[in-house]
Design a protein around this ligand. Structure first.
Ligand SMILES: Cc1cc2nc3c(=O)[nH]c(=O)nc-3n(C[C@H](O)[C@H](O)[C@H](O)COP(=O)(O)O)c2cc1C
Ligand code: SF4
Length: 477
C-alpha cells in the first residue's frame, strides 16, 4: 500500500497534518463527545431520529433462487438492528424485476411468490437486533432500497445489460456479445410501475420510506446521463430526470404517508481501468468531450460540475423527496472513488490516489449539496476508510452543519456496534475496525456470498473464506 492508511497515524496531530495537506478544511475533532453533535435528534419521515448515524444499504448476494431472504440475509439485517444507527437507509438493494437483478441471489419482488412475507421477515430480523440491545421498539427509521440494475443486470449470472443509451467507454469496458438491449420508453414506464408495486409492498410491511436508487451506474442513475437518448426520457435534464420524478409522484400518491428518499451518485469521474504494467488504476482514454457522465464536466472530465446535480436536488425536493443519501461514481468503473479502500477487490486496481483524498471528495460533495439545497436532509458516504478517526471526522462534519447523517457501509459488516460504542463515549475496538481489505467485494465478484471474511468470526469460519483469501490480489498477500 503506497499511501499511509489512517491506522498508521499514531496521533491525532499527525493525522490532522495529513488531512490538511489534502485540503485545509478537512478536519477532525479532538474526540467524540457524549451528547455531542452525533447524538442530536433529527426529524425525518414524520419520526424523530435519535442520533446521526445511518446504516448504508449493503447487499449480501445471499437471497435464494426466488429472491427471498435466507438466514444469511436475516443475520445481516439483525446486525443492522444491533448497530443502534437511528436510520437504516434501504437495508439492501431490492430488485423490482427479474431482468433488473444485479445477481441471481439479489432479493427480488417479481420472482418471490410472497414478497409481503419476505419484507416482514427483514423488518422482523432488524427489530429483533435492536430489541436484543435493549432499544425501544421502532427506535430505527427504516427504508427499503428499490432498484433495477440496468446496464449491470445479471439475473442469471452473466451480464445481461438493459440500457438507457449507448455508452462507448462502458461498452468497451464491459463488452457484450449481443450488444446492449436498449430499453424503449414503454419498457421504462413498465419498470416504473414495478417500482411503485414494490413501494406498496414496503409500505404495507411497515417500512417508513423507500429509496428510489439512482446511483452506482444502475438504471435510474444511468438515465440521468442519457443526453444522447431521444424522446421523453433523454436529452435535457428535465427529460433525463422525468422517470425518477414520475416515480416519486406515483409512490407518494399510491402510498400516502410513506417517505421517499433517493440514493444519488452526485458526481462521477471518467471510467477507470487497470494499468496492466503497474496494477494501478487509470482513467480510460477518451477522444473529445465526455458527455456520458452525470455531475462531471464534459470538457474537463476530471472535475465536478455541480450545476445539474444541484438543479436535480431542487427538483427532487419540490417533488416531495425528503432525504438524499449522497454517494459518488460506481463500484464498477471507479471503485477507488465510490468506496475508498487500501486494498482493491480481485477485479480492481491499486488506488491511483490517496484514498483519504477520495474520502474528502465525498465530504466535499455533501458540503456543496447541503449549502446549495439545505431544505433536504443528507446522509454522507465515505467514512469507513477513516477507521480510528471516523468518529472525530464525523462529529466535525455534523457539528459544522456540512451533513446531517453519517452513513456507514463496510464498517457495519465488521463492527456493527461502532455507532453504539462511539455514542457511549467508548474508544473504538481496533480489532473490529474495517481495514478496507475488500474481501466483501471479492467474494461476490467471484460468485460467492458477501461478508466480512477477515474480521467477522462467523464469516471467517465459512468455506468461502479460504477461497476469497486465495483470490486476493498480489499487492495484498
Ligand atoms: C458488500 C457490499 C454491498 C453493497 N451493497 C449495496 C447496496 O445494496 N446498495 C447500495 O446502494 N450500495 C451498496 N454498497 C455500497 C455501500 O452502501 C457504500 O456506499 C460503500 O460501501 C461506501 O461506504 P463505506 O465506505 O462506509 O463502506 C455495497 C458495498 C459493499 C462493500
Ligand atoms: S471484508 Fe471486512 S475488513 Fe474487508 S472491506 Fe469488507 S468489511 Fe472491511
Amino acid at each position: 500500500m503506497q499511501y499511509d492508511p489512517p491506522g498508521r497515524f499514531k496521533t491525532l496531530e499527525e493525522f490532522r497534518a495529513r488531512l490538511a495537506e489534502i485540503d485545509p478544511s478537512f478536519c477532525a475533532d479532538d474526540e467524540v463527545r457524549v451528547g455531542g453533535p452525533l447524538a442530536q435528534p433529527l426529524p425525518l419521515f414524520g419520526k424523530t431520529l435519535g442520533n446521526r448515524f445511518a446504516c448504508h444499504p449493503m447487499e449480501g448476494w445471499d437471497g435464494d433462487d426466488e429472491g427471498r431472504p435466507t438466514d444469511l440475509t436475516l443475520r445481516r439485517w439483525r446486525r443492522f438492528g444491533e448497530s443502534g444507527a437511528a436510520l437504516v437507509w434501504g437495508g439492501e438493494a431490492y430488485a423490482v424485476r427479474r431482468d433488473g437483478r444485479a445477481n441471481p441471489h439479489q432479493l427480488c419482488m417479481e420472482t418471490d411468490s410472497d414478497p409481503a412475507r419476505s419484507l416482514a421477515q427483514l423488518l422482523g430480523a432488524l427489530r429483533e437486533g435492536s430489541a436484543a440491545r435493549g432499544d425501544a421498539p421502532d427506535s430505527q427509521v427504516v427504508g427499503l432500497q428499490l432498484t433495477h440494475s440496468g446496464r449491470f443486470a445479471r439475473p442469471d449470472g452473466p451480464l445481461a445489460p438493459r440500457t438507457a443509451f449507448r455508452h462507448a467507454l462502458l461498452e468497451r469496458k464491459y463488452p457484450h456479445e449481443a450488444g446492449p438491449a436498449l430499453l424503449s420508453d414503454a419498457e421504462l414506464e413498465g419498470i416504473a410501475e414495478q417500482f411503485v408495486a414494490a413501494a406498496r409492498f414496503a409500505w404495507e410491511a411497515g417500512f417508513h420510506f423507500v429509496d428510489l436508487k439512482a446511483c452506482h451506474g444502475y438504471l435510474m442513475h444511468e438515465l440521468l446521463s442519457a443526453r444522447s437518448r431521444s424522446g421523453p426520457y433523454g436529452g435535457s435534464l428535465a427529460h433525463r430526470a422525468r422517470l425518477l420524478l414520475q416515480l416519486v409522484a406515483a409512490v407518494r400518491s399510491e402510498c400516502p404517508g410513506l417517505g421517499v428518499g433517493v440514493r444519488l451518485s452526485l458526481t462521477d469521474s471518467l471510467p477507470y481501468e487497470r494499468d496492466e504494467a503497474t496494477g494501478v488504476g487509470r482513467p480510460m482514454a477518451l477522444r473529445g468531450p465526455y458527455r456520458d457522465g452525470f455531475g462531471i464536466h464534459a470538457e474537463f472530465p476530471h472535475g465536478f460540475d455541480p450545476s445539474e446535480p444541484v438543479e436535480l436536488l431542487r427538483m427532487l425536493h419540490q417533488a416531495g423527496v425528503e432525504a438524499i443519501n449522497l454517494t459518488l461514481g460506481s463500484p464498477y468503473w471507479n471503485p477507488h472513488l465510490q468506496r475508498p479502500a487500501a486494498y482493491p477487490p480481485s477485479d480492481g486496481y491499486s488506488p491511483p490516489a490517496d484514498p483519504l483524498a477520495m474520502v474528502f471528495r465525498h465530504l466535499d460533495a455533501a458540503r456543496r449539496a447541503k449549502a446549495a439545497v439545505p431544505e433536504l436532509i443528507y446522509v454522507g458516504t465515505g467514512y469507513t476508510y477513516l477507521q480510528e478517526w471516523l468518529g472525530p471526522v464525523a462529529q466535525h462534519e455534523v457539528g459544522a452543519g456540512h451533513v446531517d447523517l453519517i452513513g456507514l457501509g463496510r464498517m457495519l459488516l465488521s463492527y456493527p456496534d461502532l455507532p453504539r460504542d462511539l455514542l457511549a463515549g467508548q474508544t473504538a475496538d481496533r480489532r473490529r475496525l474495517c481495514r478496507t481489505f475488500s474481501d466483501c467485494t471479492t467474494g461476490p465478484r467471484n460468485g460467492m456470498v458477501s461478508g466480512c471474511f477477515p474480521l467477522d468470526p462467523f464469516y471467517r469460519e465459512r468455506p468461502e473464506a479460504a477461497r476469497v483469501k486465495a483470490l486476493r490480489p498480489e499487492s495484498r498477500t
